[in-house]
Design a protein around this ligand. Structure first.
Ligand code: IVH
Length: 681
């Protein structure tokens, strides 16, 4: 047999260890994955051919080994402590005061702030630079020996970096699963018909406690370290921050948000800052940990019961809480989709009191196996709509009731329908369903659509309920008497509303297409359709085969567009709007327009009350004017709102004609310019 290429093998092990560190710890890979895989294959080939060469810490050994019958116990020479919690800033100030008193510190105490990672604690013991054992926290004194599992975690070095590793060091940190890995893991489990995990923390805990380390190896675990237990080394850091830098140098992953704070107020600022970033971090955190930076001071402070006096956890409000599902109500959306909403016993979660949680659709209720009166876990993360993540089956009550999805629309009683390839159940009532009319009108009047200012949800609700509005065109038939008859609408605002409705007749093709509320046609899609077709009739005439081919449309949206215009009721609505005088020329194409303000430059200053700046701009641009932000001798007209800026002074100096907003409105109406322009092309 050939002589084993010891040097080649050792060099390859070292090279792969280096790339592992770049990839899993520094998150900065040097070589592409395929190149890494090629080198790993070479290594495996050498190990298969010359088994005697095998290094226990070879990068090929991250795949797990034999399955255990049970974990053996591991005792921690220094107990693994837990942290005291602070739920408000007063508790932090108290902590700071206690630290100062106990250490006789006259100056501000220096702290280190770290994210509190939401995973499971793990302790790693290295002897002469090699990973010897890994143990869970257990009861703080004795944990479980999960060495084989820890060895599969890529960010856990099997061998420490540097020329003079400590003789003995126990490193502690948190094992967790980042969001991306968690989603992939759950998707994979779902596909394989296996149980999915409730949250990344449970997934991490379950993965670390597998008797079969091959399973652990298949889970995307990460370990981030935050401290040391025992250490026998020549180099001894003096501060906690230096300790973290030292651990980084040994090849460990250290969180990159760690910051030194000069006093407790800076710690509170760090908390506020991190709370803002919490949702965008790629892993779960449940607060911050504040630690006295000086290790000498830490020693003096010592511990009380099971917590150190030198550290505290400032917790974020919990994102998950337990409560009871009282009932399920059904909301009708703009396109008739019925959304079940869980009515909850009020619960404080994610920093607010939550009473409702979305249940998405019928499938979700089935998936959760949810009954009325069930005890449920509610999650509210950031500004995300609260949702029921699971049912606590063990607490199911005797009066728990099966949820029966309605067969008729709760608002208009039309039959509900479910298309074969859709999760959503819909009300077939269309514009005969008041709930759909209200939402369609709310969308139609919204800023990015027809931009009818002042016509809020409450007013729309009244107008529809009182039978004044059944379709878009009814909005243009409303008069002063109707508005004045509504609750909490004064005459002045009624006049403003009429003015807004009137002004909205001047729009452009993008806004009009968007306002129609065609399913899945958002603002961007409407814009693309407008600039491509230049006229509504051209869009209506386009066959589905051609629509599909347009980039950004695709088969689903194309079907929605064609279905929308194939519906006679929708075409009637469009005709009605046209005959009322709605003009939707597209600004992108200026040909053939009747543009009375062509060649003129208008400037707006001050805050405008009657019309929004955006609407006024569109109106003026539609009429051909260029709207500029600076006054010059070439300015045709300055419109002044209240509290005008220096533009007014400049205009007076240059003798530029000045018009108040009210004068402008009169000007537009008297010259019939508000509806001026040729019919849309
Ligand atoms: S220090 C004595 N730092 O929070 C203090 N802990 O109850 C030892 N944790 O079980 C912990 N992130 O697993 C520390 N940056 C961090 C942490 C952290 C998460 C966990 C740790 C411990 C629990 C505290």
């Amino acid at each position: 047999m050939a002589t084993p290429p010891v040097q080649v093998y050792k060099a390859l092990v070292k090279e792969l260890q280096f790339h592992d560190h770049r990839y899993h710890v520094l998150d900065d890979p040097l070589i592409p994955d395929v190149e890494y895989d090629r080198k790993l294959m070479q290594l495996r080939l050498l190990e298969d051919t010359f088994p005697d060469l095998m290094d226990d810490n070879s990068p090929s050994q991250r795949v797990g080994g034999k399955s255990l019958l049970e974990f053996s116990q591991i005792s921690h020479s220094l107990p693994m402590l837990s942290l005291e919690n602070a739920f408000d800033s007063q508790a932090l100030l108290n902590f700071d005061r206690r630290v100062a008193e106990r250490t006789d510190e006259k100056e501000n105490v220096n702290y280190v702030c770290e994210p509190k990672l939401d995973g499971v604690a793990l302790s790693l013991l290295y002897r002469n630079g090699v990973l010897e054992s890994a143990g869970t926290r257990g009861d703080g004194t004795t944990g479980e020996d999960v060495t084989a599992n820890a060895r599969t975690i890529r960010s856990v070095p099997l061998r420490l970096q540097g020329d003079s590793p400590p003789n003995l060091i126990e490193v502690r940190g948190e094992v967790y699963i980042p969001h991306k890995g968690f989603d992939l893991l759950n998707a994979r489990n779902q596909k394989d018909g296996e149980k999915t995990f409730v949250n990344p923390r449970n997934a991490a805990a379950g993965s670390l406690r597998q008797l079969d380390s091959k399973i652990t190896a298949s889970r995307p675990l990460v370990m981030c370290v935050y401290g040391v237990g025992i250490i026998e080394s020549v180099v001894k850091p003096k501060t906690h921050f230096e300790t973290l830098a030292y651990l980084k140098g040994l090849g460990f992953l250290v969180n990159n948000h760690v910051t030194v704070a000069a006093d407790i107020f800076q710690c509170e600022n760090f908390y506020e800052e991190l709370a803002k970033q919490r949702e965008s971090l790629p892993y779960d955190i449940d607060g911050i940990v504040i630690k006295v930076n000086s290790l000498q001071m830490q020693q003096r402070l010592g511990t009380v019961l099971r917590s150190p006096r030198w550290a505290i956890a400032r917790k974020f409000p919990a994102q998950e809480e337990m409560t009871r599902l009282l009932a399920v109500e059904y909301q009708v959306g703009r396109t008739g989709v019925i959304t079940p909403v869980g009515k909850l016993e009020p619960v404080f979660v994610g920093g607010v009191t939550v009473r409702n949680a979305t249940l998405h659709n019928l499938d979700e209720i089935t998936r959760l196996n949810l009954y009325e009166n069930d005890t449920v876990i509610v999650r509210r993360a950031g500004d995300v709509i609260p949702k029921i993540v699971r049912v606590v089956r063990e607490y199911r009550r005797l009066n728990a009731k099966v949820i029966k999805f309605p067969e008729h629309c709760p608002v208009c009683d039309s039959a509900l329908e479910q298309l074969p390839d859709e999760a959503a159940v819909r009300c077939g009532g269309g514009m005969n369903c008041p709930a759909q009319v209200k939402q369609a009108i709310n969308h139609f009047v919204s800023r990015k659509a027809m931009n009818i200012e002042g016509l809020g949800v409450k007013l729309v609700e009244q107008l529809v309920d009182l039978g004044h509005v059944r379709s878009f065109s009814d909005l243009y038939l409303l008069d002063l008497d109707i508005f004045c008859s509504l609750e909490r609408v004064a005459e002045k605002s009624s006049r403003n509303l009429l003015q807004s409705i009137h002004a909205s007749k001047q729009t452009n093709l993008t806004k009009f297409i968007y306002a129609l509320g065609i399913r899945e046609v958002g603002e961007g899609c409407a814009q693309m359709l407008a600039s491509r077709f230049q006229s509504l009739d051209a869009l209506i005439a386009e066959p589905i085969e051609k629509l599909i081919e347009i980039e950004g449309v695709g088969p689903v949206v194309a079907r929605h567009i064609v279905d929308f215009f194939a519906e006679p009721k929708n075409m009637i609505i469009i005709d009605e709007l046209r005959s009322i005088g709605l003009k939707f020329h597209d600004l992108t194409n200026e040909r053939n327009l009747d543009r009375p303000l062509e060649g003129q430059t208008w400037v707006l200053t001050g805050s405008l009350g009657l019309m929004s700046r955006e609407r006024l701009k569109v109106t003026l641009q539609t009429l051909g004017a260029r709207v500029s932000s600076t006054v010059s001798a070439k300015t045709t007209q300055l419109i002044v709102g209240s509290k005008p800026g220096s533009k007014l002074d400049k205009a007076e100096l240059l003798q530029v004609p000045i018009m108040t907003e009210k004068e402008l409105a009169d000007f537009l109406i008297s010259h019939d310019l508000h509806s001026q322009g040729t019919a849309e092309r």
